[in-house]
Write a protein that binds this ligand. Structure first.
Ligand code: MN3
Length: 298
């Protein structure tokens, strides 16, 4: 059972739209090593968990629940990057006199962001392949699952560092930097879990083998210790801290399981886009919505 707070897990810094960057970020959402995979992989591993290793279940499930918020964060970031990029901004009637308010779709990013969606994120990768359930690895063997999870986080972080080097748009970078740091935390979590199972992973797999503090936005978050923190999201108590504590396996300091989730920032729905017929509410429909909202107050 899950509860929900209508907030984003981290702040998205405003900047100009950038549809090419939005399309690059689709890899981090719906790609083979993207947030949809981490979310589904850890949730399926926790749904199918067997036996008595409860702290391991709590760790995998806690990270999986955080990943739901990462899917939400990167999808919202893609929205902000693509939304308003045609610069139509409600001037006149869309298409009036044969004008082409969506012309940008023919030359920038992913045409489907304008043609199939209404300037919003899609569950696809950066070349448009739909997200696939076959990306999910859940062998049922705990050490193997943990090893794959570590590989998944490491590859995710690698790709996000490449994304960082592709764009300096602040909308994109605020989320890319946050996800680089959280991937590092999750690498620490799975590496620590393997370490406690007797795997000297640092010798077997020298990952992470690069220091992301050369990226200023990442350094700022690491200075706050966000790469060494993990929250469990549980209202009924969690045994995650039995694993996520002590020295970080990547030598990044002390691991801390926090008693309280991050504060988050308010979620604001996007503006209306008449050139996309979105949300397409006529005055008559709006009146019905107003009526429903008023009734709800009774
Ligand atoms: Mn993630």
């Amino acid at each position: 059972m899950f509860f929900h707070v209508q907030k984003l897990i981290n702040e998205i810094i405003p900047d100009e739209p950038d549809p090419a960057a939005a399309n690059a970020l689709q890899e981090g959402l719906g790609g083979q090593f993207g947030e949809m995979r981490t979310m589904m992989q850890y949730l399926f591993q926790s749904f199918n968990f067997r036996g008595k290793a409860k702290p391991y279940l709590d760790l995998i499930q806690g990270v999986g629940i955080e990943e739901i918020s990462h899917v939400e964060l990167i999808a919202t970031t893609i929205n902000r990057l693509v939304d308003g990029s045609p610069r139509y901004n409600g001037k006149g009637i869309p298409g009036e006199g044969g004008s082409t308010p969506l012309k940008i779709a023919l030359s920038q990013g992913n045409i489907q962001h304008y043609l199939v969606g209404a300037q919003g994120a899609m569950p696809v990768d950066s070349v448009g392949n739909p997200w696939s359930g076959s990306y999910v690895y859940n062998s049922g063997n705990l050490p193997l699952d943990l090893l794959y999870n570590l590989m998944l986080e490491s590859t995710g972080r690698l790709q996000k560092c490449r994304l960082y080097e592709m764009t300096d748009n602040r909308i994109a970078r605020s989320t890319i930097s946050y996800l680089i740091v959280r991937d590092h935390a999750h690498e620490n979590a799975y590496a620590k879990a393997l370490e406690l199972l007797g795997v000297n992973w640092g010798k077997v797999l020298p990952i992470p083998n690069f220091n992301a503090t050369r990226y200023p936005e990442v350094k700022k978050l690491m200075d706050q210790g966000i790469h060494n923190q993990q929250h469990h999201w549980r209202l009924d108590g969690s045994e995650m801290a039995k694993i996520f504590h002590g020295a970080s396996p990547s030598g990044s300091g002390e691991l801390v399981t926090t008693p309280k989730p991050p504060d988050g920032v308010p979620f604001v729905p996007g503006d209306e886009r008449p050139e996309e017929f979105s949300p397409g509410l006529t005055p008559e429909i709006l009146e019905l919505i107003d009526q429903a909202a008023t009734m709800g107050k009774m």
